[in-house]
Design a protein around this ligand. Structure first.
Ligand code: HEM
Length: 81
C-alpha cells in the first residue's frame, strides 16, 4: 500500500542540519524529523543521528525501544532506502 519514494543514502546524508532538513533512517525507512527536533525529550542529542541511521544511537539509549516512540517516528516517514 506504500508508494513512498526510494531515496539513496547519499540523498539522506544531504539532510543533516536544520537548514537542509534533518533526515534519518531506521530499518530501511527514511524519516524527515526536522519538525520533531525541537520536541525531542532528549534535546539536541537527536542531531547526532542527522543524515544517518538511528540504530547505533538507539542501541545506546534503549529508552527508544517502546511502542510510543516508534509511533512518533512513524509520523515522519517520507520514503524508503
Ligand atoms: C528520549 C524520541 C533520537 C537521545 C526520547 C523520548 C522520545 C524520543 C519519545 C522520551 C521517551 C520516554 O521517556 O518514554 C526520539 C525520536 C528520535 C530520537 C523519535 C529519532 C527520530 C535520539 C537520538 C538520541 C536520543 C539519535 C541520541 C543520540 C535521547 C535521550 C533521551 C531520549 C538521551 C532521554 C531524555 C531524558 O529522559 O532525559 N527520545 N529520539 N534520541 N532520547 Fe530520543
Amino acid at each position: 500500500t506504500s508508494s513512498l519514494p526510494v531515496y539513496s543514502q547519499e540523498e539522506v546524508t544531504k539532510h543533516s542540519s536544520l537548514d537542509q532538513g534533518v533526515w534519518v533512517t531506521y530499518k530501511g525507512s527514511v524519516y524527515d524529523i526536522t519538525d520533531f527536533v525541537a520536541k525531542h525529550p532528549g534535546g539536541d542529542k537527536i542531531l547526532l543521528a542527522a543524515g544517518g541511521a538511528l540504530e547505533p544511537f538507539w542501541a545506546l539509549y534503549a529508552i527508544h525501544g517502546q511502542d510510543h516512540v516508534l509511533e512518533i517516528l512513524s509520523e515522519y516517514k517520507v520514503g524508503v532506502l
